[in-house]
Design a protein around this ligand. Structure first.
Ligand SMILES: Cc1cc2nc3c(=O)[nH]c(=O)nc-3n(C[C@H](O)[C@H](O)[C@H](O)COP(=O)(O)O)c2cc1C
Length: 331
C-alpha cells in the first residue's frame, strides 16, 4: 500500500461545508453495504461513495467513515455485499443511515458468502471479497473483488445535493412540427397534452361509472365530497366550474334520493357523502388505480414520479388566488 504525502493540516482555504456542498454536485446512486460481524450479527449502512474500479479483474470500491459503528465488522469480515437501491427504497436508505437502529428487522434476507445478508428489492447487488483496504483520511477505502452479481430491471434511487432524486433518461428531442402555421392547437401544447390525457383517462373510467349508473358530473361531485369537507351546492358548483362543469340543487337531491349523498348534520344546506356514496367512491378508487397503472405502462417509477411532481407544479403555477381549493388548507 503506497501513500503520497498529505498535508498534515488541510489548507485553511478549504471550508468544510462549502467542500461538502461542492461534492454534492456529483450525482450518485445510493447503496446499502452489508456484512456479518465476528459474532454473526448482520451489519450494514447506507453508502454513496460506491464506484466501479476495474472490469478485469472485476473490482468495486467504497469508503467508510472511521467513526462508523460498523467499521470493525467491515475490517474483520472477508466479504461484503453492495446493494444498489431502487427508486422506491428511500425508506430503506434512511433506515440504514441511522446508527444503532435494528436495521435488518422484518427484512426478507438471503445469504451470500460467509453468511453476509442480501437485501431484496434493489436494482442490482454485488457480492464481494475484500481485496484491499486503503487509508483515506477520515475514511477507510474498501476495494472489493466481485464474486457474483445480480441486476434487476428497477429504476435506481439517486442522491444529489444532499437529497434524494430520481433518474429520468433524456429522450431524443422531438422534431419541431412543420404545420404550426395554421390556427389549430399545436400537438405539443401543454393544454392539448393535458386535455387529451385527462379525456383518455376519464373515458377508461366510464364503463365502471356506467355500471354504477353514474355520469361524469355525478363522479365529479362525489369525488369532491370524498375529501370529507361538507359543501353547499354553490361551493360544489364553484369547484366544478373550474373543470367547465356545473351542478344544481336538483342534481344533489337526486343523488341524495339514491343514498349517495346526505345532508351535513351541523351545516344546513351542505352535503356529505352517504354510505352508498363512500362505497361507490372506494370501488371507483380501485378502478382509477387500475386505469392509472395501465396508463403508466412502460413508464418507469422515476418517470411516473417526475410526471406527477411536474403536474403538481403546473397546477400550483396556474392556480389563481381567488380559486376555491379542493382540499382544506392544512393538508
Ligand atoms: C445518501 C447517504 C450516503 C451515505 N454515504 C456514506 C458513505 O459513503 N460512507 C459512510 O461512511 N457513510 C455514509 N453515509 C452515512 C452512514 O450511512 C451513516 O453514518 C450510518 O449511520 C452509519 O452506520 P453505522 O454507524 O451503524 O456504521 C451516508 C448516508 C446517506 C444518507
Amino acid at each position: 500500500m503506497t501513500h503520497a504525502a498529505l498535508h498534515a493540516d488541510p489548507p485553511s482555504a478549504i471550508d468544510k461545508r462549502a467542500f461538502r456542498n461542492a461534492l454534492g454536485a456529483f450525482t450518485t446512486g445510493v447503496t446499502v453495504v452489508t456484512t456479518r460481524d465476528a459474532a454473526g450479527r448482520d451489519v450494514g449502512l447506507t453508502v454513496n461513495s460506491f464506484n466501479s474500479v476495474s472490469l478485469e479483474p472485476p473490482l468495486v470500491l467504497w469508503s467508510l467513515a472511521r467513526s462508523a459503528a460498523s467499521l470493525q465488522a467491515f475490517v474483520e469480515s472477508e466479504h461484503f455485499a453492495v446493494h444498489i437501491l431502487a427508486a422506491d427504497q428511500e425508506p430503506l436508505s434512511n433506515r440504514f443511515a441511522q446508527r444503532g437502529a435494528d436495521k435488518f428487522a422484518a427484512l426478507d434476507l438471503e445469504r451470500g458468502e460467509g453468511g453476509i445478508p442480501l437485501l431484496p428489492g434493489c436494482a442490482a447487488r454485488f457480492r464481494c471479497r475484500t481485496a484491499y483496504r486503503h487509508e483515506g483520511g477520515d475514511h477507510e477505502i474498501f476495494v472489493g473483488e466481485v464474486l457474483g452479481f445480480e441486476a434487476f430491471t428497477r429504476a435506481p434511487l439517486v442522491f444529489h445535493q444532499g437529497g434524494y432524486a430520481v433518474a429520468v433518461k433524456k429522450r431524443p428531442a422531438v422534431p419541431k412540427e412543420t404545420d404550426a402555421a395554421d390556427a389549430s392547437i399545436s400537438r405539443d401544447a401543454l393544454v392539448y397534452l393535458l386535455g387529451s390525457a385527462h379525456a383518455m383517462l376519464l373515458a377508461a373510467l366510464r364503463p365502471a361509472l356506467a355500471a354504477r349508473a353514474l355520469c361524469d358530473d355525478d363522479y365529479f361531485v362525489l369525488n369532491i365530497l370524498s375529501v370529507g369537507v361538507p359543501r353547499s351546492v354553490d361551493e360544489l358548483d364553484a369547484l366544478m366550474a373550474l373543470a367547465g362543469r356545473r351542478v344544481t340543487a336538483p342534481q344533489l337531491a337526486a343523488l341524495a334520493q339514491r343514498g349517495l349523498v346526505r345532508a351535513a348534520p351541523d351545516r344546513p344546506g351542505a352535503w356529505l357523502l352517504a354510505e352508498a356514496g363512500t362505497r361507490a367512491m372506494l370501488e371507483m378508487a380501485a378502478v382509477a388505480k387500475a386505469v392509472e397503472e395501465d396508463a403508466l405502462q412502460q413508464i418507469d417509477y422515476s418517470e411516473a414520479h417526475l410526471l406527477k411532481h411536474l403536474l403538481r407544479r403546473v397546477i400550483r403555477n396556474t392556480v389563481k388566488g381567488g380559486q376555491p381549493a379542493l382540499w382544506p388548507a392544512a393538508s
